[in-house]
Design a protein around this ligand. Structure first.
Ligand SMILES: Cc1cc2nc3c(=O)[nH]c(=O)nc-3n(C[C@H](O)[C@H](O)[C@H](O)COP(=O)(O)OP(=O)(O)OC[C@H]3O[C@@H](n4cnc5c(N)ncnc54)[C@H](O)[C@@H]3O)c2cc1C
Length: 499
């Protein structure tokens, strides 16, 4: 066998999701000649959570027409396309980040992310070769003959995460990036000058090393690692079903901390969403993100004791889904039921089609069929809710927070609080699924990893889920991919410059 020690590159990128491939493409674009991507997964499982994702991209724009270059010909396909899009300024985007993270998002990194967001998405298209499309099924609701879009969430990668991942690989290959599948980074190598200068890997042939002037870590969080989830987030999330790749086991975080990197951000926090309770412990790759059950804003959600436990209408689902999964996990049996009536069932997002609801013509019959520990309580809760809820004539509007609140409940539903009274009725099972973890590494605006001595570790960069400090408690939909590409692009550029 050839000597496998000391394979030399300019830049080593660990991981092959959106962030890592953005870094590899950026390193190439910025002059690095020999770039290698180390992907732990075999080729048929390549691409990390990026493959599973909905591909939706949140970015700022002052004028909706700034979106135009991303979606050529969109006005031929959608009549009055721009009429249904409200401006989403940098201040709006940053305000959303601040609001959902209770003011804790990293002030430097979050401002950079927001300021670069539109430019990043355009770079993904122009340099990354990623085709874009309107995110119709996720973020648009039809009102008259106009599609009304959720703020800041209009565009996604064509063919969602599958298309996004495939396009990144195609572009990296076209640029001559060497991609090694089934190759797990297991250790960072550090020279006597304190500089990271290589990676030790394990593949089918054993252990070998790769050397380079700089290393970019883009190998995800610890969402698929039951021990780390349990240790850092707690037993309930420890038992959660995993929505994405089984390969994000916290390897990069551990490797970096082993050489003195500083943990940063909310290690006890994660993105966890309501998903179908029927799914297995890991989401099937071919069904990508179709486990999600996010139309609860039009439902009432009951725990198995027959009680409500969140304000389902606190905000648009794309601002509450990332924390409500954890809320479901905290309920008895980590399970809930979402109950809809026929007034709103047409508003359910298409992903609900991956499971069959339980249906009935009366609420009594419906509740009888569900596995409530206390069916009498469930019926009582439903009746109390209906007595406090409102009718469509009171101003129900699915295109915005309509302020249609229940009146008189200990836990109000503060928007879209329609009575559940029009048969047939539908119940969808729900549990919490973990998407990704919030804890990461302390990272500079140049994407350098910082040590516990508060100095950047020479030659080491990180991006994507590994960047700590952006998200606390909650997360605005569509930010993960834009963050990954923004910091991946910066990491790749700086790694190339150093090489
Ligand atoms: C179901 C689902 C839907 C989502 N939808 C959206 C959405 O619509 N919009 C959005 O913005 N975000 C979405 N997200 C979140 C988004 O997918 C992630 O934030 C993003 O993909 C993370 O990118 P990443 O490159 O950091 O990690 P990943 O894409 O997970 O890539 C990590 C890579 O590292 C590799 N790896 C791990 N360990 C090693 C090792 N030791 N050595 C070598 N390689 C290793 C993995 O195999 C993988 O290739 C979704 C996530 C999921 C799971």
């Amino acid at each position: 066998m050839a000597d496998r020690q000391g394979q030399n590159y300019d830049v080593i990128v660990v991981g092959a999701g959106n962030a890592a491939l953005a870094a590899a493409v950026s390193a190439s674009e910025n002059g690095a000649k020999r770039v290698v991507v180390l992907e732990k997964a075999p080729r048929e499982m390549r691409g990390g959570n990026t493959h599973w994702s909905g591909g939706v991209l949140r970015f700022a724009f002052d004028d909706p027409r700034e979106i135009g270059p991303l979606l050529p010909g969109v006005e031929d396909e959608y009549e009055n396309f721009y009429d249904g899009i409200a401006p989403y300024t940098q201040s709006d985007f940053h305000g959303d980040l601040m609001r959902v993270t209770n003011g804790r998002t990293d002030p430097v990194l979050s401002k950079l992310l927001v300021a670069k967001s539109q430019e990043t998405v355009k770079w993904m298209k122009d340099v990354g070769g990623i085709k874009m499309e309107p995110a119709t099924t996720l973020s648009a609701v039809k009102k008259g003959n106009v599609m009304v879009w959720a703020r800041g969430l209009v565009v996604r990668a064509a063919h969602e995460g599958v298309g996004l991942s495939r396009s990144w690989f195609a572009t990296a290959e076209r640029l001559g990036v060497d991609i090694r599948y089934g190759t797990a980074a297991i250790e960072l190598l550090v020279g006597g000058d304190g500089r990271v200068n290589g990676v030790k890997v394990r593949d089918d042939d054993g252990i070998s090393t790769f050397n380079a002037r700089s290393v970019v870590l883009g190998c995800g969080g610890f969402e698929a690692n039951v021990q780390m989830r349990t240790q850092h987030i707690g037993a309930l999330v420890g038992a959660a079903k995993v929505r994405g790749t089984p390969h994000n086991q916290g390897d990069g975080l551990r490797m970096a901390m082993n050489i003195g990197a500083m943990p940063w951000g909310q290690w006890s926090g994660c993105h966890a969403t309501p998903i179908s309770a029927d799914w297995g412990d890991f989401a099937p790759r071919e069904l990508t993100d179709r486990s999600n059950r996010l139309s609860y804003v039009y439902a009432v959600m009951f725990n198995l004791k027959g009680r409500r436990f969140v304000d389902e209408g606190e905000d648009g689902a794309l601002f509450t889904y990332a924390k409500f999964g954890r809320a479901v996990l905290a309920e008895p049996g980590s399970k809930a039921w979402q109950i809809f009536d026929s007034k709103t069932v047409h508003l359910l997002e298409p992903r609900y089609q991956t499971s069959r609801p339980i249906t009935a013509n009366t609420l009594e019959d419906l509740i009888e069929q569900l596995d409530f520990a206390d069916k009498a309580q469930a019926l009582k809760t439903m009746r109390e809710y209906n007595a406090a809820a409102r009718g469509p004539e009171d101003g129900f509007d699915p295109t915005k927070k309509d302020g249609l609140s229940s009146k008189g409940l200990a836990l109000e539903k503060t928007n879209w609080a329609l009575r559940i009274d029009k048969p047939p009725f539908y119940a969808y099972s729900t549990t919490g699924g973990i998407t990704f973890t919030f804890g990461g590494l302390k990272t500079t605006e140049h994407a350098q990893v910082v040590g516990t001595d508060w100095r950047p570790i020479k030659g080491l960069f990180c991006c994507g889920e590994m960047v700590g400090g952006l998200f606390y408690d909650n997360y605005p939909a569509g930010t993960g991919l834009v963050s990954g590409a923004t910091f991946g692009r910066i990491a790749g550029r700086n790694a190339a410059t150093m090489a």
